[in-house]
Write a protein that binds this ligand. Structure first.
Ligand code: ADP
Length: 262
């Protein structure tokens, strides 16, 4: 694959000819660009809550020193900002781990349906807080796959949390064993996380699993999102030799489909 970067302008050359210059970006150069982008993004994401914390510390030392009401209010906000930083660092560590383990294939076999049941149970409080009802539709018999249980838990925690955070009143998780998946050419399990929320504009779909990419930045930050959830999901699914598909339209909810080989 050749990646071209535009490096020169268009102009008149020798009385009329037009010249456009492109430069080939080698893979190494591209990796370097991506790393710099990533470091810039991380710094920005960390600096935002840090700046807020520093501002509040200053206010607490100065103007709000003797105001007990303001102190309580500010401490609550500061706690929120510290939690945001903590989540971000946690997600960065998770991402780092799954990226570096991508070539190792999990050997343990797990019952996916049972695992999803416990994942959903642990998310029940979050869902009922947000007024969202969560349902699992799975076969009554075990659905076994080779998988890393903690990582699979993380995949579905992230997807179901998103369905609760960004979705509507209803989120469903549907598990369907597939005798022979067309793309994988093997027996597989399909898990769909379906919500009835406002959905995602299709223009965002190709980039949705990029680190720090957000379709609705304001809503993501309001909900305490780090922008790393789907990047982590994608790497874990790759590691399991699976596939992730996202389908959505504005106003029509979203469907995240995970296919995992059996
Ligand atoms: P975040 O931490 O921001 O939730 P993610 O990587 O999990 O980051 O998701 C990336 C973006 O995809 C989110 O910011 C949100 O805009 C969009 N998104 C993810 N899931 C849904 C969904 N079920 N409905 C609508 N938008 C979604």
């Amino acid at each position: 694959e050749v990646n071209l970067r535009y490096v020169a302008g268009i102009g008149a050359v020798n009385g009329g000819a037009v010249m456009i210059c492109f430069e080939d970006i080698t893979e190494r150069e591209q990796a370097g660009l991506m790393r710099r982008d990533f470091v810039a993004n991380v710094s920005h994401e960390l600096r935002t809550p840090l700046t807020a914390l520093m501002g509040f510390i200053e206010t607490l030392r100065g103007p709000a020193r003797n105001d007990a009401n303001a102190r309580d209010r500010f401490l609550t906000i500061m706690e929120g900002e510290a939690n945001r930083m903590n989540r971000l660092v946690g997600d960065l560590l998770s991402l780092n781990r799954v990226e570096s383990e991508e070539r190792v294939r999990p050997k343990e076999r797990i019952d996916l349906a049972a695992q999803l049941e416990s994942t959903i149970k642990s998310l029940e409080p979050l869902a009922s807080n947000g007024g969202v009802s969560l349902h699992l539709e799975a076969p009554a018999t075990p659905v076994e796959i080779p998988a890393d249980p903690d990582q699979i838990q993380q995949v579905f925690t992230n997807l179901i949390e998103n369905a609760v955070k960004y979705g509507g009143s209803d989120a469903r998780v549907v598990v369907t064993p597939v005798e022979r998946d067309r793309a994988l050419r093997a027996p597989a399990v399909r898990v769909q996380v379906i919500d009835n929320g406002p959905g995602i504009d299709p223009v965002h779909l190709p980039r949705l699993t990029e680190r720090f990419y957000r379709a609705d930045s304001h809503r993501s930050r309001e909900m305490g999102g780090t922008g790393l959830g789907l990047a982590i999901v994608k790497h874990i699914i790759n590691r399991h030799r699976g596939r992730l598909r996202v389908e959505s339209e504005l106003g029509k909810g979203a469907v995240f489909t995970v296919i995992l080989p059996q």
